[in-house]
Design a protein around this ligand. Structure first.
Ligand code: NAP
Length: 248
């Protein structure tokens, strides 16, 4: 793939190295311009190009956003991202510390508002850059690799990002929609900066779901039953079970 990377700091430069090693082409950008990226790009070889923010987006089929979340002017012009797969790796930290207050919204939903038509996937935001640099293991089965979470409403875009995560030696773990999955991936969540494998991450989710069923309000039970219906066998559903059922 041709991948545009916005931001060449800890996350952007680390992702660039991994993407190039996996056989992708990258165009990487920062605030100071191509000249300041010369050493980084030279180290990455012919598959890497230093570009402006807009050119990195324009030239690429997939774009990774890895700049401070609050800097609107650091992002490519919105029309350049229309219909493109955009990975939001950013977290809504305030420069002075703490988080921006977003009410019911989530940080990636706010990013999507700034670039209507982008096929946004929230990913790479929960993993510490040194873990990203060192914990990829293509030799392991996917379920035993370090998990990288992804959330989004565009299923096909999520599949592409999941494939990209696998090509660099990690395990994609889908957390759901941009709203609910995005919330689960926020910096104060229990999966943030954990070194779970994919198998451990799913076990953790199952355990959390199990705990939730204990506190479900009565009114939510019908919906929960409906959602789980395809996965369970009720007594009486099978011929064997109906024979055992008392006749009244
Ligand atoms: N560090 C982590 O482990 C980690 C993990 C997951 C997610 N994240 C998230 O990833 C994002 C980047 O974090 P980071 O740690 O990689 O930050 P960083 O090392 O400080 O790098 C930030 C990058 O953004 C660029 N930038 C700043 N203003 C810009 C502008 N106006 N236009 C274009 N580029 C601009 C910087 O370029 P210049 O140097 O030229 O200004 C720099 O390359 C943040 O949102 C963070 O929350 C970080």
């Amino acid at each position: 793939m041709q991948i545009g990377i916005i931001g060449a700091g800890r996350i952007g430069a680390t992702a660039a190295r991994l993407f190039v090693t996996a056989g992708h082409q990258i165009a990487i950008s920062n605030s100071r311009g191509a000249e300041s990226l010369r050493t980084l790009v030279a180290g990455l070889g012919a598959a890497a190009l230093a570009a402006t923010v807009d050119d990195a987006a324009r030239l690429s089929e997939l774009v990774l956003l890895a700049v401070p979340w609050h800097l609107e002017n650091a992002l490519p012009q919105a029309p350049l991202l229309r219909n493109k797969i955009v990975i939001d790796a950013m977290n809504p930290y305030r420069p002075e510390g703490g988080f921006f207050e977003l009410g019911e919204s989530t940080s990636s939903e706010e990013i999507l508002r700034r670039m209507p038509g982008a096929r946004l996937v929230k990913a790479f935001n929960t993993i510490y850059y040194e873990h990203l640099a060192t914990r990829g293991r293509k030799d392991l089965p996917v379920e035993e690799r370090h998990a990288i979470y992804l959330a989004g409403d565009d299923v096909a875009a999520k599949q592409v990002v999941a494939g990209l995560i696998e090509t660099i030696g990690f395990a994609p773990v889908d957390t759901g929609s941009l709203r609910e999955g995005g919330r689960l991936q926020q910096p104060d969540s229990p999966i943030y900066n954990q070194t779970f494998t994919a198998r451990e991450a799913r076990a953790f989710f199952r355990n959390e779901l199990h705990k939730l069923t204990d506190v479900l309000p009565d009114g939510a039970l019908p919906l929960a039953l409906e959602a789980l219906a395809p996965f369970r066998e009720w007594p009486g559903k099978t011929a064997g079970a109906s024979k055992k059922a008392p006749n009244f």
